[in-house]
Design a protein around this ligand. Structure first.
Ligand SMILES: [Zn+2]
Length: 475
């Protein structure tokens, strides 16, 4: 097997090689941007979904699943939304050989599928808040270059849609989403910054959007999720009203929270290294891989011991893989490092006789684990591994931002620029031209470098209304 491309100088090549060689995806399907979830990638996705479900349900959200197809008549009701998605939708126009009376849209996101039904479900203030989420596939006719997990046409998508009695409660709901995302990101050991998008870059139809961005090296950034305040922008066109306690009819205020398989791409992008992928324990397809080392003098003892360890760990609730194939141990080590398994246990003659396994984590820390202490020691080693992984990601995150006082400093910058901005669209576009990327917006949470009061705007020199903003090159 060939070496991987260099992550620092050829990031995209490195990323594409890792996701394919680690067996996370197969992109040889006959439709561009629609990739196959292979067994290893599917397991990672299942564990990722479990993290999202755990954290969103902790905030009182309930699961639903709406149909995939949306009638054009519903899709077209909110004008900004349809404008934003018009060029991205796949249409279903025929049933068999008959042309459909009303063409159907393959959902690119589900506002227009869900909100006509919210109008039926919400009657009274007693029906609120309504906090529902679904994890489904959505479809977008992506015309840019597609990349597995990062930009695809069939997207594994998490979307929460809520109805609240008023704007203040909607704002409170978004605060709760921020808290849920903090827990999700912690489980994935992903440091991020929450950024309020400028008006020209918010979600189509939203009143305001806050996105979660991560730096992925070289001044590039990746949006890994977002939350949106809709006010009553959709409630009006879709007629989502309720009877208030005083008997008056009011429109609900709505929020959404969107995440996707990009989180899996982000885990690869942030934690991966020269040896391949690195999974945090939370979503690793296998937390522990056990490799028996056969030898003529050891006979069956290493395999028998490895089986014993695998069975005990499985009973302890660990996701464990016994790799008892015919390959040499060295080839197995290489493969499980490439695939990012957090912990490997090696069992040869010495280990079988001494009843002490050799443990090597994905960051290279070696340890000895007595069979007697197996369950506890594996749990301790995995927790230490997760802490080391989070610390490594945090250090890279802190290195990835730089304070910028002049537009000229943005050109070719290999870090995400932190700068003063007056808030005008004109200066925003000057920043975008200078960085050859985007003015990501105003940081709300997670900015790792200490900043005081903003100085004069980098675009116009004005000191009126200045705020901090981030500039980078979104992938
Ligand atoms: Zn300005």
């Amino acid at each position: 097997m060939a070496d991987l491309p260099d992550k620092g100088t050829a990031f995209i090549d490195w990323y594409l090689a890792v996701v394919e060689e680690a067996g996370l995806t197969d992109k040889r399907y006959g439709v561009k941007g629609m990739n196959i979830w292979t067994p290893y990638g599917f397991l990672a996705r299942r564990h990722l979904d479990a993290v999202l479900v755990r954290e969103i349900e902790a905030t009182g959200s309930q699961p639903v699943e709406f149909p995939t197809l949306i009638p054009e008549t519903e899709f077209a009701k909110e004008k900004e939304h349809i404008k934003g998605f018009d060029e991205q939708v796949f249409w279903v126009t025929k049933g068999g050989s008959s042309t459909l009376d009303v063409p159907l849209v393959l959902r690119p996101t589900s506002e227009t599928a869900i909100y006509p039904v919210f109008a039926l479900w919400v009657r009274s203030h007693r029906d609120l808040p309504l906090n529902l989420y679904q994890i489904v596939n959505v479809f977008r006719y992506e015309t840019k270059t597609t990349r597995p997990f990062l930009r695809v046409r069939e997207i594994h998508f998490f979307e929460e849609h809520t109805c609240q009695v008023d704007e203040a409660h909607a704002t409170e709901r978004l605060r709760s989403n921020l808290g849920a995302f903090r827990q999700m990101a912690a489980a994935l050991a992903l440091p991020y910054v929450a950024v309020r998008r400028p008006d020209w870059d918010k979600f189509p139809g939203a009143h305001s959007s806050v996105a979660f961005d991560i730096p992925v090296g070289g001044g590039r950034t990746l949006q890994i999720g977002s939350i949106h305040h809709y006010r009553d922008n959709f409630a009006g066109p879709y007629g989502i009203r309720y009877e208030a306690a005083d008997g008056s009819q009011k429109l609900v205020h709505q929020t959404t929270f969107g995440l996707s398989e990009r989180l899996l791409g982000a885990v690869v992008a942030v934690h991966g290294d020269a040896k391949g992928a690195v999974f945090p324990t939370s979503i690793a397809p296998y937390e522990v891989v056990i490799v028996p080392i056969p030898s003529a003098e050891a006979g069956d003892a290493p395999l028998a011991a490895a089986r014993e360890l695998a069975e005990r760990l499985r009973r302890a609730g660990r996701r464990v893989r016994l790799d008892d194939g015919d390959e040499r141990p060295g080839a197995k080590y290489y493969r499980w490092e490439l695939r990012g398994a957090p912990l490997r246990l090696e069992v040869g003659r010495r280990e079988a006789e001494g009843r002490v396994a050799t443990a090597v984590d994905r960051l290279g820390h070696r340890d000895r684990i007595p069979f007697d202490a197996l369950e506890n020691d594996v749990a301790r080693r995995l927790a230490e591994f997760d802490r080391s992984l989070a610390a490594r990601a945090r250090a890279a995150f802190e290195e990835a931002f730089v304070l910028v006082a002049r537009l000229s400093e943005l050109a070719g910058s290999t870090r995400v620029g932190v700068l003063s901005w007056c808030g005008s669209e004109e200066c925003g576009h000057k920043v975008e031209a200078a960085v050859e990327g985007a003015l990501l917006g105003t940081p709300e949470e997670g900015l790792p470098i200490p900043v005081g009061e903003p100085g004069p705007c980098v675009g116009c020199g004005s000191t009126a209304g200045v705020r901090w903003a981030l500039a980078g090159r979104p992938l």
